[in-house]
Each structure stands twice: as structure tokens, then as C-alpha cells.
Design a protein around this ligand. Structure first.
Ligand SMILES: O=P(O)(O)OC[C@H]1O[C@H](OP(=O)(O)OP(=O)(O)O)[C@H](O)[C@@H]1O
Ligand SMILES: O=c1cc[nH]c(=O)[nH]1
Ligand SMILES: [Mg+2]
Length: 209
């Protein structure tokens, strides 16, 4: 079964409070999402494998470690996932970035795919799939389907806020995908919005409402 990680780091929780606040404007919202993405990337990379190497310090030869695992790919789900990419790249600057474009039909709540572009060596990379919101789970499930159908084998899903309904749906559809969450909320409302949530992540990031 997938592991569900809810980050309780005080800095993440503090910044999430201002991200949720409806009085936080677009500029500050974007900056906070970027900062939380960096903090989450620090936590999510905790299990990256290392290998021992030797390095000459000014004093002597030291045995020390460097990253040893597969190359990484970051895949934001458009649009709102874009807001988390730069924050992750600050810690993993060599990662390649793919894109999956999906929007949720407001009436049916079903995901509609409109764009996919992944690194050409997709089967050789481990992926971090990112979207601020995991609501019904339909979008994250479709995005992971899309990655897997193109050869991705190892995927982690990272979001700011998740509803229990979305966590359940995603874990059932993709039991091999671990989920990393900054805030696990109560429920969905009748329009499929996360309660208490933060509203529409894409609109708040890009100022489109
Ligand atoms: O779990 P779900 O019920 O599928 O909902 C979550 C999706 O909804 C939002 O995207 P939206 O459709 O608003 O697209 P946008 O990023 O272009 O605003 C959000 O960023 C997720 O991608
Ligand atoms: O609460 C929600 C649910 C889906 N998408 C959002 O942006 N917010
Ligand atoms: Mg939106």
C-alpha cells in the first residue's frame, strides 16, 4: 500500500495558514507556494539513495556521500502545479521538467487532458508529480495514468492540500504512488472544493478570478 506523508514541520504549517487566508493576494500567494514547495522537496528527498565517494579536503582524503539513484523528473499538472516547480528546482536543479495539462470539468468534475510533454528518457527517471490540490482525485489519477502509459515506473505525488476522498481514490487507483501532503483537510463541498481548503489554486496563483 502507498505511504501517506502529512508534513507537520512548523514552517510548512505556518506558511500554509497564509496560503489558505482569502486575504492573501496573488503575489504573496505565489511566493508562499514556492517556499512551501521547497520545504516539501527537502522532506520528500529524504530517502534518495547515496553512494560513497572519496574527496580531497585541504587536510586529507575523506570518504563521503553523493546522490546515487536514478535521475529525477518533476511533472506539474497544469495550471496550478506550475506554481510549485521553481521551489522544487531550487533543491534539485538538475531535474528535468515534464508537463501534463488537465482541467477538471466544473459540471462533471471529470479530468480533461489537453497537453502532455515529458522528458524523452521517461522510463529512466523517478518522477515527482505535483499539484497543489487533491480533491476528488480524478486529476491526479489521470496524470499518473498518463505518466505510466508513457513509461514512468516510479512516481511520488506531492500536493499542498488533500481531501480524504481524493487520498482514498488515488491510493486505490495507484497503490504504488506515495502521497506527500502539507495539509489533510476535512471533506469536499457539493461543488467538489476542498473544505476548508484554499479556494481555486490556479485562480489564486495566476490572478484569474
Ligand atoms: O482532484 P480533482 O477533483 O480532480 O481536482 C483537483 C484539480 O483541480 C484543480 O485544477 P483545475 O481544474 O482548477 O485547473 P487549473 O489548474 O487550470 O485551474 C487543481 O489544481 C487540480 O488539478
Ligand atoms: O478546492 C479545490 C478543489 C479543486 N481544485 C482547486 O483548485 N481547489
Ligand atoms: Mg483551477
Amino acid at each position: 500500500m502507498p505511504k501517506i506523508h502529512v508534513f507537520d514541520h512548523p514552517l510548512i504549517q505556518h506558511k500554509m495558514t497564509y496560503i489558505r487566508d482569502t486575504n492573501t493576494g496573488t503575489k504573496e500567494f505565489r511566493e508562499l507556494v514556492d517556499e512551501v514547495a521547497t520545504l516539501m522537496a527537502y522532506e520528500i528527498t529524504r530517502d534518495l539513495p547515496l553512494k560513497e565517494v572519496s574527496v580531497e579536503t585541504p587536510v586529507c582524503t575523506a570518504k563521503t556521500n553523493i546522490l546515487a539513484g536514478k535521475k529525477l523528473g518533476i511533472v506539474p499538472i497544469l495550471r496550478a502545479g506550475i506554481g510549485m516547480v521553481d521551489g522544487i528546482l531550487k533543491l534539485i536543479p538538475a531535474a528535468k521538467v515534464g508537463h501534463v495539462g488537465l482541467f477538471r470539468d466544473p459540471k462533471t468534475l471529470q479530468p480533461v487532458e489537453y497537453f502532455v510533454k515529458l522528458p524523452s528518457d521517461v522510463s529512466e527517471r523517478d518522477f515527482i508529480l505535483v499539484d497543489p490540490m487533491l480533491a476528488t482525485g480524478g486529476t491526479a489519477i489521470a496524470a499518473a495514468d498518463s505518466l505510466k502509459s508513457r513509461g514512468a515506473k516510479n512516481i511520488k505525488f506531492m500536493c499542498l492540500i488533500a481531501a480524504p476522498e481524493g487520498v482514498k481514490a488515488m491510493t486505490e487507483a495507484h497503490p504504488d504512488v506515495d502521497i506527500y501532503i502539507a495539509g489533510l483537510d476535512e471533506k469536499l463541498d457539493e461543488k467538489g472544493y476542498i473544505v476548508p481548503g484554499l479556494g481555486d489554486a490556479g485562480d489564486r496563483l495566476f490572478g484569474t478570478k
